[in-house]
Design a protein around this ligand. Structure first.
Ligand code: BDR
Ligand code: CA
Length: 432
């Protein structure tokens, strides 16, 4: 490339990828005279500028789930994160199954000291649609690991969340990473909206900005499954001046666990590698069946990684709402141009670096230094595969996926119930 073109391009890239050490608000710089916001680079705020080495306390709200389980494994392996508790919501698996899967992961990681609280067994206002056709009959890739007995809890997830986050409860700052439908959080916030103020950071795997959805052309599963809950949480964030870090499909679709990456894991740590293989095999098959992708998109661990390493994902702040009705049910409406003139209630993450993710994932899981991974050149190559590229290829091959050619998260099931759900909504049914 011509040098005169290269230099400004390099400068531009550097500006976009620079690691801003002090909190800055570039939004003002990029406002035009009509007050419209333009797409601007990563805006880092105080929470994200903390030293990565500092331990961040967190409650993980999840619906395990294959990728939730990988996310838990990652979180439990990270010195940077202290998991205070796990709360379970119905999503990929019914809530009791999610509970037993969380126990299996804690047992595997030798962390049965971490409390687990069981939460909502159905969405706020509508029928529950699981994703077992994506995650297997046991919600854990049909690994059928032995049940872990015990763990009677005196509190529900909602009670625990209220105790931890209601104003005046004290305690050290604690964040929430939400890896499933946002029903538990919405229930907490409808009971005690100010609790949102005590949440240090709120990181949510869900939604999409420019990426196609995985439950409909525009909706991602977690927000599609309980759109009323997601909408309520975003509205509450708006009301209380909080900001949700949205780790949506734009970034998670870039995180593909390939057979090569899995092989490296097995070579480096046969025990953990085989465990990951056992729980992801079904997921690999699912992605092949629906997307002709050799590998599987592991969404949820990216949210955990992004929580610990705030430079891993980049994006922009914007006011964001979630649609609850009709064919756009679950869609995130991201006001990237500032049409509504509303203050941002979300940080929409749109860029990530898969190699950086996998280095973090491997180094923490394997308890080694990231530099040691330099000895494995295949790690970089293996992490370059992305979902959408292969999706296009699958479409070209004429596979019947869905009418839009988009990836379908839940296979036939979600589309059927989606259609059924839309009909019910049109008929004005309120299933509350
Ligand atoms: C999300 O849906 C679930 O299947 C995954 O666990 C992830 O949280 C991706 O759409
Ligand atoms: Ca999940």
């Amino acid at each position: 490339m011509d040098k005169s073109i290269k230099a400004p391009l390099f400068a531009w890239r550097t500006v976009f990828w620079m690691d801003v050490q002090k909190p800055v608000r570039l939004s003002e710089v990029f406002r035009n005279r009509q007050g419209r916001l333009f797409y601007f680079p990563c805006v880092k705020t105080e929470g994200e500028n903390r030293m990565n080495k500092m331990v961040q306390k967190v409650v993980i709200d999840c619906d395990p789930g294959i990728d939730d389980s990988l996310a838990l494994m990652l979180a439990l392996s990270m010195e940077e994160i202290q998991v205070e508790a796990i709360t379970i919501v119905c999503g990929n698996s019914p809530v009791d199954m999610g509970f037993s899967n969380a126990k299996k992961i804690l047992k595997y990681k030798g962390r049965l000291d971490i409390p687990i609280y069981v939460g909502a067994d159905r969405p706020l206002k509508r029928e529950y649609v699981n994703a077992l056709d994506t995650h297997g009959a046991d919600g854990l890739g049909e690994s059928f690991l032995p049940e872990v007995p015990g763990y009677e809890n005196s509190m529900t997830a909602q009670e625990f969340l209220k105790k931890r986050f209601a104003p005046g409860q004290g305690g050290e700052p604690c964040s929430v990473i939400a890896l499933g439908p946002m029903t538990n959080l919405a229930r907490l916030l409808s009971d005690c909206p100010e609790a949102i103020l005590s949440m240090d950071r709120i990181v949510s795997m869900g939604g999409s900005f420019k990426s196609h959805g995985n439950c409909s052309p525009v909706a991602e599963y977690n927000y599609w499954a309980d759109p009323d809950a997601a909408a309520f949480v975003y509205e509450t964030a708006d009301l209380y001046g909080k900001r949700i870090e949205m780790v949506g499909l734009d970034v998670t679709r870039q995180i593909v666990l390939t057979p090569d990456l899995l092989s490296y894991l097995k070579r480096l740590d046969p025990e953990q590698g085989s465990f990951v293989e056992a729980i992801t095999k079904f997921y690999f098959d699912f992605h092949w069946k629906w997307e002709h992708l050799i590998g599987c998109v592991i969404n949820d661990p990216l949210a955990v990684a992004c929580f610990a390493d705030s430079g891993l994902c980049r994006g922009f702040e914007a006011y964001t709402a979630v649609e609850t009705e009709g064919i756009s049910r679950g869609q995130t409406v991201v006001d990237s141009m500032g049409f509504y003139r509303k203050a941002p209630n979300a940080l929409i993450l749109t860029e990530t670096d898969p190699e950086r993710f996998f280095r973090l994932f491997y180094s923490r899981l394997l308890s080694c230094r990231e530099e040691e991974l330099d000895l494995i050149p295949g790690l970089a190559a293996g992490s370059r595969m992305t979902g959408p590229v292969l999706l296009d290829r699958a479409a070209v091959q004429g596979r019947t996926m869905d009418q839009t050619g988009a990836a379908v998260h839940n296979g036939e099931k979600s589309r059927e119930s989606f259609a059924a759900g839309s009909e019910k909504q049109e008929a004005g049914a309120d299933e509350k």
